[in-house]
Design a protein around this ligand. Structure first.
Ligand code: ADP
Ligand code: MG
Length: 408
């Protein structure tokens, strides 16, 4: 579902109160009866509320549903998006909305801007979307859940991601700066970088590899396993390396720039993060490690001489020199163990627990075929042209910012 922020400017504060009423009503009504909407909106009934309802329905922020017993409305993803955008706008966190740069399995990634002009990233969690095109068993399972579940699960994912990003950032990890969370969305700093997936060559694969393995071990030292540590979720920032200066001059300009460049990995995407005490921790840990091993071998033809790291090593390190237990800290910060369990159960059910799902497997197959077909000529090209991962559009987006002014 694409975010279309255009209509937000034409909504009145009355419209928003009615929209919030439908949201409140959907927590325990699959279809919110019209009189309840009127009541929850806190507005006196009459033509105003009904005009707002028809306005919202026309803009597809709510949808009319004819129930066996009564007619009413349900909130759409678009409606929930607008409620979140409106809140971010009121808190002066988002001033305008730009291009969508990513459509993940379970999220949309949009470039937004603060009134200062600084660009930020809005990540909209969309759990439940997958259920519509997933296997029958999942559909059966989801049928038994209330409609509020997509809303609730998406909010849980956003809360979890925000809580972990905050804890990681505060403890010196290289992650985006978390700025705000509202409903199913989070706002974070924009990292001016490409996912590792789009980087065709690195000057020193061994160095980057060991940095990534250190990151996995460091997470473990703080009680955490990322759970989806792969080439899409590691952004690679290029920074000039001050320590490289003053080294013997290299023979060609290319080498000079290579030597002075430091690749800094930035980790993103935290809804599937697990505690190192999780029952399947070892499996998740090994999967993260092997994902990087496999990728470096396939993409950069790099194989490390050092075996591991192994889960047992990580555990030992954790016991000897523990970091702050961020798994425990996050639990205490409001993202409770119960919430974590609910989200995990849901993600498992729809196969979104970080396990390389169907789409990613297909992707990898494609990649291998491409490599076989084009042989060594493909070296040095950006291989992955999935438009949703194309961060190149980031710069373009500033031209097409949509202001979020809500009329009063
Ligand atoms: P998903 O859960 O759908 O995988 P991610 O958080 O991994 O969502 O984001 C998807 C893509 O969006 C990333 O691979 C990256 O290209 C881009 N992206 C996400 N967050 C940022 C950010 N803070 N700065 C720049 N690009 C980002
Ligand atoms: Mg991702």
């Amino acid at each position: 579902m694409k975010l279309d922020a255009k209509a937000i400017r034409y909504l009145t504060s009355e419209d928003f109160r009615v929209l919030a009423g439908v949201e409140a009503g959907s927590r325990n009504h699959e279809v919110v009866p019209t009189p309840l909407i009127v009541q929850l909106s806190g507005l006196r009934g009459g033509s105003g509320v009904h005009r707002a309802i028809s306005n919202l329905a026309k803009t597809n922020l709510i949808a009319k549903v004819k129930n066996a017993k009564y007619d009413g409305y349900r909130l759409t993803y678009g409606g929930l998006d607008y409620l979140a955008l409106n809140a971010h706008q009121k808190q002066k966190c988002i001033y305008s909305v730009g291009n969508q740069i990513g459509v993940g399995k379970e999220s949309d990634i949009v470039v937004v801007a603060h009134s200062s002009g600084a660009q930020r990233i809005l990540k909209i969690h969309r759990l439940g979307r997958i259920s519509f095109r997933t296997v029958k068993t999942n559909r059966d399972y989801l049928r038994h859940r209330n409609t509020g579940s997509w809303m609730y699960m998406s909010r849980l994912a956003a809360m979890k991601e925000f809580a972990f990003m905050k804890a990681l950032r505060a403890n010196g990890f290289s992650v985006p700066e978390p700025i705000a969370q509202n409903r199913h969305t989070i706002v974070m700093s924009l990292v001016d970088a490409f996912p590792l997936r789009q980087i065709s060559t690195v000057p020193n694969p061994a160095g980057l590899y060991s940095e990534l393995m250190d990151m996995i071990l460091e997470l473990a030292r703080f009680g955490l396993i990322h759970g989806d540590f792969n080439e899409f979720n590691i952004l690679i920032k290029e920074e000039e390396d001050p320590t490289a200066k003053g080294k013997a001059p290299a023979s060609s300009t290319d080498e000079v720039s290579d030597e002075n460049l430091r690749l800094v990995p930035v980790l993103i995407d935290f809804p599937q993060m697990v505690s190192i005490d999780h029952a399947n921790a070892e499996m998740y840990f090994d999967r993260d490690v092997n994902c990087i091993k496999r990728y470096f071998q396939r993409k950069f033809h790099f194989v490390s001489d050092v075996p591991g790291p192994f889960f047992a090593d990580a555990k030992k390190k954790l016991l000897k020199n523990p970091g702050k237990r961020l798994d425990v800290e996050v639990e205490a910060s409001g993202f409770s163990r119960k919430m974590a369990r609910e989200l995990e159960a849901y993600m498992k059910e729809v196969g979104a627990d970080g396990e390389a799902g169907a789409s990613k497997d297909e992707d990898e197959d494609d990649d291998e075929e491409e490599e076989e077909e084009s042989g060594s000529e493909s070296e040095g090209h950006v291989e992955d042209e999935r438009p949703e991962q194309d961060t190149q559009e980031v710069d373009e987006s500033s031209k097409k910012m949509e202001e979020l002014r809500v009329s009063e």
